[in-house]
Every structure is written in structure tokens, then in C-alpha cells.
Design a protein around this ligand. Structure first.
Ligand code: G2I
Length: 480
């Protein structure tokens, strides 16, 4: 039997693809689609998505909604990829063309296509100096700051529970010098980026929140260092950031650097996931193929590299079409670069992924520093059962996000665990602010370091995401 991946990345895809390995069952009145992996012969993957899933990663592409009626395009998309990024449809000018009037038609189409085909979605992008609607370009100061917060809240809420990771802020650093890029958003105050992240976390606590940029691939570049220092500062101060996106648009002017893996690893060592978000490599033939293979190997070598997204399917779909930077030619044929990527994925054998869900920081508290590592547990542990857990669920066809509030009784908690029972056919694909044991049936979630202690009568939250039907509204909580 093929590996059934219970890891964060690629698990949904592993269950839904390759087609031969999957049976889809539509169950129950809620018409919730549950997917079950069944026995199949063991073999290396034959598609990008399946092979990436074997390594616990995803393989994605940018998608344009208007191309979803192109059968060649959709054929490749559905066969090869298990993550999609709307290329333009979730940008500010697309989703809020007039202030406070939202239009999700094109973006919803992509999300629906992804969900119907077992793919996940990277949201791109909530706050960016470019592709702003005209009305936003004309705002400044508090009016622009408020408009940004409203935009993030509305869009992230609309897609709550449907987004694997959001590019919360895109391209906020200057091309040289290591400082911030000047923009109308930057001129609202240097804290605009962290405000964007806190706003996104409040709206969709289940999505990983990423900072995304280009020319941050070479470790020695000032821009890379600037972004690195921002992420380090955010982690130190509890600003909710989960991941960094490396666009990785490579060409002769901005080549693949030999220290790329070092860059990915150094960012990961800050305690964030890393994702290659917009990969394209100009060129052709074996040179292009070799570079593509190297990028894949670098991601596989870094445990917190969750996956790779290429910025389009065929060369003709690319924003740099004349540079033929993608994996399929204009006719949809696989290029040498495709084979190189597939081989590198199938060779695998490097660093297993680390499951790294959003590390939800309660909005009003700054956790670890307030908990001295040497603090003694209470000499008399609180009695078992001295806590309660309540579930809040957002269910959609085929999946759910559940948020769990753990509330201490009359005694403080020094450690807690919550058990839930999932309906048959459902499984947990990731969890945040808690460590999950098991992924189906009875699943137990244990506190992580920062939320181990809960004061008498106080509470803390964690969450998990899954496929199938969410557990019903009760769970048992155990102290200790
Ligand atoms: O520029 C490459 C990428 C760099 N990182 C951020 C990405 O969001 C960006 O993607 C590109 C899209 O591939 C292009 O398709 O972003 C461009 C600017 O938003 C996109 O181009 C725009 C054109 O500039 C517009 O004139 C056009 O209306 O595409 C729009 C929709 O086709």
C-alpha cells in the first residue's frame, strides 16, 4: 500500500490523487465528501503533486480564472498540482474594486475548482503596494490604514477555513539597501505590516500567515537580510507570522544562488515555515532543467520547506512568456525541466517535513517570556477533569476548521489535553497551538509550551483543520 500521509503538507492531495489510488465517497445529508486512500501498488509518483506528497510537500501553480475553460490547461492542472494560487483574482483591485464593495466571483471560481479537485489554496495577496484599486491609491494616513484593515478582515473572513496560507503582505522591502520600500502603505507608519498580520490572524486563525517577496533568495543580499531581521523581530515580539514566501523568479539578472538552501534554512531556523511561492526559471534545455532540480532538492533538504508553487502552467501562461520559464511548453507538453523536477521529488531521501501549523498567539498576550522556564508545577496537581473544552466549527464541503477553547476550573492548569472523536472517514490534517496524537477516530490534543499554564477560570485556544466532517460540539478536557 502506498504511504497514507498524515503529515501537514500534501495529505489531502495524497488522499485524492493519483486518481487510481482513490475512492471518493459522498456521505450524508450534508453532502460532505470524504476521501479514503485504498491499497495500490507502491511506486514513485508520476505527477508533481503525488510525488511532492510522497515527500510530505505540496506542488502548486498559479491559476488564472479565465483559463479554467481551457481544457488543455485544466487537464494539466488537475493531473499535476495539489495547491493553487490565484494569479490575480485575490488582489486588492480584484476583490474590492470600490471601497467596501467586494467582488469574489473570479477568486471563488478558483477556490471552488480547487476544492472540487482535492487541491488546497494559497491566498495572494492581502496587502501590497501594487494592484491597488484606484480609490485606495488615492488614500493616505488613517483612512488608508483603516481601509487596509477592513480589506484584510473582509477578504480573510470570506475565505476563512479555505486558505492553507495567505500572503498577508507582499513585496514590502526595497530592492536595495535592506530597508522598507516606500509606498502609500509604508507611509501610514512602520507598523503597517504587523497590523496586517494581526488582522489576518484574527479573521482566519486557521491559515498560515506569510510574508512574500522576490530577490530574497541570495543570503548575502541586503534585501534578504532586511526581511530576515523583520521576521526575527516579529517572532521575538509575538507578531503572528508563520511563514515566509520566496517568489524565486530566476533569470540571468536574478539567478538561482548557490546559497539558496542556506537562505531557506536560516529563515526556517527563526521558527517559520518557508515556501517557494512563484517559481519560474528563464531558459531552456538541460541548464534550465538542472536549476529546477536544484531548487526542488533545496526545498526537500529543509524540513520546514512546505512546498513549491510554479508561477503558471505552460510557458505561454507565464508573465515572462518569452523567457519560457515554466515546466510545460505552449502546447502543454512536458519539458526537460518537468522531468528534472519529478525526478528530484521522487529521489527524495532528504529531510522529512515538519508539521508547522499557524502558531496562534492569543491576540492580547505575549506568551513565552512571561513563563519562566524554571517555574515549578503546582505541588498538588489540579484534579483531572478540572477544565472544559468548547468547540467552534467552520464546516465546508469536504473539510473543516475547528477552534477549541480550553477553560480552567477553579484551579490553575499546568498542562492539559483535549480528546475529540472524529466521525468515520474524517481526519485531522494539521493543528495549531496544540500537539495532536492521531489523525482519525479518537484524537488527543495536548498543550504546547506557551499555553501549558492557564490561570484559574482562565482560558486559551487552539485549533485544527481536517477533511470530512468536523467532530460534534463536545470534547473532554483533562488537566495535567
Ligand atoms: O509580476 C510577477 C509576480 C511578482 N510577484 C507578485 C505576483 O502577483 C506577480 O504576478 C503578476 C501576474 O503574473 C501578472 O498577471 O502580477 C502582475 C501584476 O499584478 C500581473 O499582471 C497583471 C497586468 O499588469 C494587468 O495589466 C492585468 O490586468 O495582470 C492583470 C490581469 O491579467
Amino acid at each position: 500500500m502506498d504511504k497514507v500521509l498524515a503529515r501537514d503538507s500534501g495529505s489531502a492531495a495524497a488522499r485524492s490523487r493519483p486518481r487510481a489510488a482513490v475512492v471518493s465517497i459522498v456521505a450524508g445529508a450534508a453532502a460532505v465528501a470524504a476521501t479514503i486512500a485504498v491499497a495500490t501498488s507502491a511506486s514513485a509518483g508520476t505527477t508533481l503533486g503525488a510525488s511532492a506528497a510522497e515527500q510530505g510537500r505540496y506542488f502548486g501553480t498559479a491559476v488564472a480564472a479565465f483559463k479554467l475553460s481551457d481544457s488543455t490547461y485544466v487537464g494539466i492542472l488537475n493531473r499535476e498540482f495539489n495547491m493553487v494560487t490565484p494569479e490575480n483574482e485575490m488582489k486588492w483591485d480584484a476583490t474590492e474594486p470600490s471601497q467596501n464593495q467586494f467582488n469574489y466571483t473570479s477568486a471563488d471560481r478558483i477556490v471552488a475548482h480547487a476544492q472540487a479537485n482535492g487541491m488546497r489554496v494559497r491566498g495572494h495577496a492581502l496587502a501590497w503596494y501594487a494592484q491597488q484599486p484606484g480609490w485606495a491609491q488615492n488614500l493616505s494616513g488613517t483612512a488608508l490604514r483603516n481601509a487596509m484593515v477592513n480589506h484584510i478582515t473582509q477578504v480573510a473572513t470570506h475565505y476563512k477555513g479555505k486558505i492553507y496560507a495567505w500572503d498577508v503582505v507582499n513585496e514590502a522591502y526595497a530592492d536595495s539597501g535592506g530597508g522598507r520600500r516606500d509606498s502609500n502603505l509604508q507611509r501610514t507608519g512602520n507598523d503597517w505590516i504587523e497590523v496586517a498580520f494581526r488582522t489576518a490572524r484574527a479573521a482566519d486563525p486557521g491559515a498560515k500567515l506569510c510574508y512574500n517577496d522576490y530577490n530574497t533568495d541570495n543570503w548575502t543580499w541586503a534585501k534578504t537580510q532586511g526581511v530576515y531581521n523583520m521576521v526575527k523581530d516579529f517572532k521575538a515580539r509575538g507578531v503572528p507570522i508563520d511563514c515566509v514566501g520566496f517568489q524565486s523568479h530566476f533569470n540571468s539578472g536574478s539567478p538561482y544562488p548557490s546559497n539558496y538552501r542556506t537562505t531557506l534554512q536560516n529563515f526556517a531556523d527563526l521558527g517559520v515555515d518557508v515556501q517557494i511561492t512563484e517559481l519560474d526559471i528563464e531558459g531552456s534545455g538541460s541548464a534550465q532543467a538542472t536549476t529546477y532540480g536544484n531548487v526542488v532538492k533545496d526545498c526537500l533538504a529543509v524540513a520546514r520547506c512546505n512546498g513549491i508553487t510554479v508561477w503558471g502552467i505552460r510557458d505561454s501562461d507565464s508573465w515572462r512568456a518569452s523567457g519560457t520559464p515554466l515546466l510545460f511548453d505552449g502546447n502543454g507538453n512536458k519539458k526537460a525541466a518537468y522531468t528534472s523536477v519529478l525526478n528530484a521529488l521522487n529521489a527524495g531521501g532528504t529531510t522529512p517535513p515538519t508539521s508547522t501549523p499557524p502558531t496562534t498567539t492569543p491576540p492580547t498576550s505575549t506568551p513565552p517570556t512571561t513563563t519562566p522556564p524554571t517555574s515549578e508545577p503546582p505541588s498538588t496537581p489540579p484534579p483531572a477533569g478540572a477544565c472544559t473544552a468548547t468547540l467552534t466549527t467552520n464546516q465546508w464541503q469536504g473539510g473543516f476548521v475547528t477552534t477549541v477553547r480550553v477553560t480552567a476550573g477553579g484551579s490553575p492548569l499546568n498542562g492539559w489535553s483535549v480528546s475529540v472523536t472524529l466521525p468515520a472517514g474524517s481526519s485531522v490534517t494539521n493543528a495549531w497551538s496544540a500537539q495532536a496524537s492521531g489523525s482519525s477516530g479518537a484524537v488527543t490534543f495536548r498543550n504546547v509550551d506557551y499555553n501549558r499554564q492557564v490561570g484559574a477560570g482562565g482560558s486559551t485556544e487552539f485549533g485544527f483543520q481536517g477533511t470530512g466532517t468536523a467532530p460534534a460540539g463536545t470534547a473532554s478536557c483533562t488537566a495535567g
